[in-house]
Design a protein around this ligand. Structure first.
Ligand code: AR6
Length: 179
């Protein structure tokens, strides 16, 4: 894909798109698409826990009693190259009439706010809710990029680069069209 479709200046920094396994990225913080019980699972959540090691689940169990849909919690990153993991919970798609778009926006907003509270400059996020949770990718990409642009536009944010780590060429193409 043409490189200029994969990067945009936004606010105090930039939004970047990559086709990547998020567990391999060296950034201040990666975002995990978790579930409300923080119990681990498949998809990116499974990959993050496998790569980070069992300390990640131990820390989640010690510090948190679940996490409501639309919000986020932070932990260390175990064996991952990142410094922190933010576990955010997107909505399961039903029909779009159950607040799903607002909850997805809230999941990203909470994650980016928590990253800034921890003075992070670089953050990588997957496409939350568009795997096992079935959220339509076109709408999800608009919400994800809109929230990233808003987070970078905050004059007080520590964030300078938000990377979306997309897991397939098809998802990358959708995000590139929106960007
Ligand atoms: N790096 C980047 N993206 C990935 C990776 C990876 N290593 N692995 C998968 N993806 P999903 P959800 C993509 O299902 O829809 C879990 O069981 C994947 O292709 O991981 O929010 C949780 O515990 C898709 O595009 O998350 C929850 O129960 C995107 O990440 C539930 O799934 C999100 O897919 C959350 O479902």
């Amino acid at each position: 894909m043409e490189p200029d479709r994969l990067i945009r200046e936004a606010g105090n920094g930039r939004i970047r798109l990559r086709r990547a396994d998020i567990t391999t990225l060296t950034v201040d913080v990666i975002v995990n698409a978790a579930n409300a019980s923080l119990a681990g699972g498949g998809g990116v959540d499974g990959a993050v826990h496998r790569a980070a090691g069992p300390g990640l689940m131990r820390e989640l169990n010690q510090r948190y009693d679940g996490c409501p849909t639309g919000s986020a919690v932070i932990t260390g990153a175990g064996r991952l190259p990142a410094r922190h993991v933010i576990h955010t919970v997107g909505p399961r798609w039903r029909d779009g009439d159950h607040g799903e778009p607002e909850l997805l926006a809230s999941a990203y907003r909470s994650a980016f706010a928590l990253a800034s509270e921890h003075s992070c400059s670089t953050v990588a996020a997957p496409s939350i809710s568009t795997g096992i949770y079935g959220f339509p990718i076109e709408l999800a990409a608009q919400i994800a990029i809109g929230e990233a642009a808003q987070a970078l536009a905050d004059p007080h944010t520590s964030l300078r680069e938000i990377t979306f780590a997309l897991f397939s060429d098809a998802d990358l193409e959708v995000f590139a069209r929106v960007l």
